[in-house]
Design a protein around this ligand. Sequence first.
Ligand code: SF4
Ligand code: SF4
Length: 396
Amino acid sequence: MAIRVEPDLNFIKFLKSAGGDTLKKCYQCATCSVVCPLSSDNKPFPRKEMIWAQWGLKDRLVADPDVMLCHQCGDCTAYCPRGAKPGDVLGAIRAYAYTHYGFPNGLAKLVSQGKNLPILIGAPALLILIVWFLSGGMHLPQGDIDFGNFFGHGYFMGLTKNVLIIDAIFVPAFAFAVFAAYKGVSNMWNNMAAQLDVKSDFRPSVPQFITQFLVPSVKEILAHKRFKECGTNHDRVNGHLPLLLAFIGLFAVTTYGMIRKDIVGMFVEGLHGPIPLSDPFKILANVSAIALIVGVGILWMNRSRMEEENNASPTFYDWFLITKIMAVGVTGLCAELTRLIGIPVLAYLFYYLHLVTILMLFVYMPYSKFAHMVYRTFAMAFEKYRASEFVQKTEE
Ligand code: SF4
Ligand code: SF4
């Protein structure tokens, strides 16, 4: 039976603008599928994705788990005899998928384009500035430098004004990011199940889903098992690992800070000030900040080297995330150093920039390259689920 191919030209245009401009060079030799460390004999990729992308088969590509499983090691790009850069094309397809599945879709589209950078930086910067004005903090806090007074002095129900304002901004921002990521991943899962005709005889319960599919996928990612299989770009594991550990460390420190200031701080006033340098969590915070800068610095150099060697194309998706994470680390460290040295103007300025960069990281997470972490985890879980006894064995 003849299959009618209806290419989506806008989709091809998007791929070209997002780093997949070499797409047309592919002549289907399949070298990429042979060298890809993740490709299996019965389900080879990325050769098939290259032809689907040339044909503009958007619906097939966004429902293809292999696109999300790829971790952009660049091995296929290094060996492609035509310079078609399949690793970059897959990266561009993923960028499209984050926009396609993203919720709310308008925000996902906004975050997908470099031309919107002034809005992407300006909106959170303005929001925090307005809150600072309204909070009565229109002056630098007097006395010792204490970021706990950035939004002005005052107490409500035992909590400082600063704690309340920080919570009012960042708790909803984080909750929004989690909900948007959940919506995006659900859209992806449902679409994959529908397109690949994955039908269940009986559905797993939530605990079964977590223990049998999600936890093994998370463990695999944490162990960086697949990253270690990279050939041409094996240095990436040296950047990813400290970065991942840094995020885990900073998450632990943030949780500790919230318990200390938001809960125990209601009853013990002395806990509102800066955490002492000798506190184990403060040490963990500083070590994590350094690990974050080192990790993202390695990724920065690695990415630049790949681009110089023509093994990757510069894309907004890659550089927006790398510079955002670097900005979080550098502003945080500079705020801490200038506080310790005792330069209030610089310390509060860096603290303000630090808040802006963290807000950007949270709110844009579900649509930026950061989203790959979540989408990839669920794509891996989907593949495990698809191969399980829960699913009727009717393959595509
Ligand atoms: S992307 Fe390159 S290596 Fe892969 S099939 Fe096309 S030409 Fe061959
Ligand atoms: S970038 Fe790496 S993981 Fe992705 S398709 Fe190419 S070789 Fe495979």
